[in-house]
Design a protein around this ligand. Structure first.
Ligand code: GUN
Ligand code: ZN
Length: 439
């Protein structure tokens, strides 16, 4: 087997955040482009002729023309134990958690179940073109062990953690401040930095963590500053009111996390829909990331994340985007940004298609502080690649007849595309989607 591969196609990678639909300087595009891949890394990129000159004798060529080559998509917030929660009818957040989500997550006390769902979950990410995600496991240590083991086996870059939750939830899904601390620490020691695995300290949210547990989360963040921290913030009005009752001394929801030292550049806050200006300032000043989860926010009726307000304010927020399966309803980052576009439209703004594709690749990589490794197809980076077919369905093919520009093509992909558009996915240089086999 050749130890070098040339992956040929229409190459698209973003250099920075696009400022408008005509911002050609924001991306690199090669009509007949290629990536040279060796030992899981990108060793050359550019037009096919120049890349093939750099390749050694016997390099294999995989020709994906006329399809697009982009960095593998990144999902910045998703719950793997909620695969069988998607499509749970009729509830808003707190009822949805109690009625559907906590009972489902309780099933992860069985390590075997965790292994099965980890496998199916990573299959699903690959099927949809997602190569990296920030993932919530269940409260059970074994659920995180199963997830990391499966991701490590596949060499997928993952950020994940077991949720810490010690109150306001049934016995089957609670830990204690001490066990949450001990299990998290043991998982960090075993998995953080092993291969491509990264740990996220994961207090679920202020409602399910007592002040004692929040202190433990604070201690972990201090002890392991290199780890991410992920939680939920300001998603739903009843959630905000209950949180305020539980922490009556706090000015607002954000101040609770701030009080326990949980704001920072590696801190990811899911939802952030109903933030005051003060809260947005606190997130911005600390470099914290607000994660936009459009399908979930719509499905649970939580509200409209004001993407453009957060980006354009004097103190802009760092933003990532995510599926939030199983509050979210689709694994596809294309479907996610299609819904995101509609949310932004309801706020009277437009989200340009170049910015959408920047967001789910380089933008999310930078928000997750992994932009030096993935998200931009840079030389020396990891060869995580999605191959997109803009004519994947009859409806897409027909619509493609009437598109002229790359921006129009991307908008079509976002509006009509799903897992069928991701015709191949490379994980650390290895073809992963075609290796999945039949469903
Ligand atoms: N807040 C606390 N836990 C969850 C969860 O699992 N999903 C969503 N959407 N919000 C949450
Ligand atoms: Zn969530």
């Amino acid at each position: 087997m050749a130890n070098e591969t040339i992956i040929r196609g229409r190459l698209l990678a973003f250099l920075r955040e696009p400022r408008g639909v005509d911002d050609k300087a924001s991306y690199l595009y090669e009509e007949d482009g290629a990536l040279l891949v060796r030992a899981g890394k990108i060793t050359a990129r550019g037009d096919y002729v120049s890349v093939s000159r750099k390749a050694g004798e016997g390099a294999a060529v995989i020709d994906h023309r006329p399809h697009l080559l982009l960095p593998g998509f990144i999902d910045a917030h998703v719950h793997y134990p909620q695969m069988q929660v998607i499509a749970s009818y009729g509830a808003e957040l707190l009822e949805w958690l109690n009625e559907y989500t906590f009972p489902e997550e309780a099933r992860f006390r069985d390590a075997q179940h965790g292994r099965r769902i980890s496998r199916l979950f990573l299959d699903e990410l690959i099927r949809h073109g997602t190569t990296t995600a920030a993932v919530y496991c269940s409260v059970h240590k074994s659920s995180a062990e199963a997830f990391f083991a499966e991701a490590h086996e596949r060499d997928m870059l993952m950020i994940a953690g077991k949720v810490m939750m010690d109150r306001n939830a049934p016995d089957g899904v609670t830990d204690t401040p001490q066990s949450g601390y001990d299990d998290t620490k043991a998982l960090i020691e075993e998995w953080h930095g092993k291969g491509r695995q990264n740990y996220a300290i994961t207090p679920r949210f202020a409602i399910t963590s007592s002040p004692e547990q929040m202190e433990m989360a604070e201690a972990l963040v201090r002890e392991f500053p290199d780890c991410h921290m992920q939680t939920h913030l300001s998603e739903n009005h009843d959630e905000i009111a209950f949180t305020q009752e539980l922490y009556p001394w706090s000015k607002d929801y954000t101040e609770i996390y701030d009080h326990y030292g949980l704001l920072g550049k590696k801190s990811l806050f899911g939802h952030c829909i109903h933030l005051s200006e003060r809260e947005a300032d606190a997130l911005s000043e600390s470099g914290s990331v607000a994660v936009f989860c459009p399908t979930s926010n719509l499905f649970l009726g939580s509200g409209l994340f004001d993407y453009q307000r957060y980006r354009k304010r004097d103190k802009p927020l760092r933003i990532a985007s995510a599926t939030d399966v199983g509050g979210g309803t689709n694994y596809s980052m294309l479907r996610t940004m299609d819904e995101g576009y509609k949310v932004v439209a309801l706020n009277g703004e437009k989200l340009n298609p170049l910015a959408s594709f920047w967001q789910i690749t380089r933008g999310n990589a930078e928000a997750l502080s992994i932009g030096d490794r993935v998200g931009s197809l840079e030389i020396g980076g990891d060869a995580d690649i999605v191959v997109l077919n803009s004519s994947a369905t009859p409806a897409m093919r027909l619509r493609m007849e009437r598109t002229g520009t790359l921006t129009e093509e991307l908008f079509l992909l976002q509006t009509l595309g799903d897992d069928r558009a991701a015709v191949e996915v490379y994980v650390a240089g290895r073809a992963a989607k075609s290796a999945l086999g039949e469903e």
